[in-house]
Design a binder for this molecule. Sequence first.
Ligand code: ADP
Ligand code: MG
Length: 273
Amino acid sequence: SSAIPKPAEPRVLTVSNQKGGVGKTTTTVNVAAALAQFGLRVLVIDIDPQGNASTALGIPHHAEVPSVYDVVVDDQELASVLQECPDIPGLWCAPATIDLAGAELELVSLVARESRLKRAIDHYQQQPGDAGIFDFILIDCPPSLGLLTVNAFVAAREVFIPIQCEYYALEGLSQLLKNIELIRAHLNPELHVSTILLTMYDARTRLSAQVADEVRTHFSEQVLKATIPRSVRISEAPSHGQTVLTYDPSSSGALSYAEAAKELGARSTTIAR
Ligand code: ADP
Ligand code: MG
């Protein structure tokens, strides 16, 4: 596979959508895997207490594992919790452990509670550990808008929204956009929706095509050309601790995520805020 050029500036994206089950985690790990396979250094930060991204990357995340919890609550360095993905060199993960569920409450009384993740990332990128400076950092968010998600919005410059080509796909989207506006106004003026990816596309249904058309009409600049099909291979991969890129590299799911990653890499400098 050919290479994606390193971005001029490292890019931090938060993968968000206030609906659950729309493909946030799947998109995070597969886009990250593809970017790494194209030669970039990539970090997935798992801030969902469920730890689905950690699982999908084959990263242990039982209660004793150093995790994002230690970083945002206990001021540990990001470098101290990083693990490299076993079958994709250059792809790293800051895992989530179940104690992150308690972090929402614990953060409330801490100083700089909204910017703890940002501080840890900035510090790491200035004094990188063994993994080196990351070209891309993708943050996998829980569906709720709690302090963990706010930390992701403050740490990122870009919001990456996966949209499921199904009923009610756009439900909750206007609320997400309002929340992004609030974060821009009060905490992070740089934040903007840079990327939208249509996922779980079913070419046999008219509904998928209708949803895709509607999203492309409203967000013509942000929507990637690549569309992710609904695919059993994609949904099977996590139970093997793998992304679809290594689980079944020639599947339509793997190829479409590789296309999406290429587009994301190529658009580095072209999307205006
Ligand atoms: P979220 O992180 O938004 O809650 P997930 O990425 O966990 O969503 O996806 C929800 C479910 O849908 C998971 O079981 C996942 O394996 C499945 N899934 C995601 N994308 C696809 C796809 N393109 N084709 C088939 N199943 C998918
Ligand atoms: Mg998820």
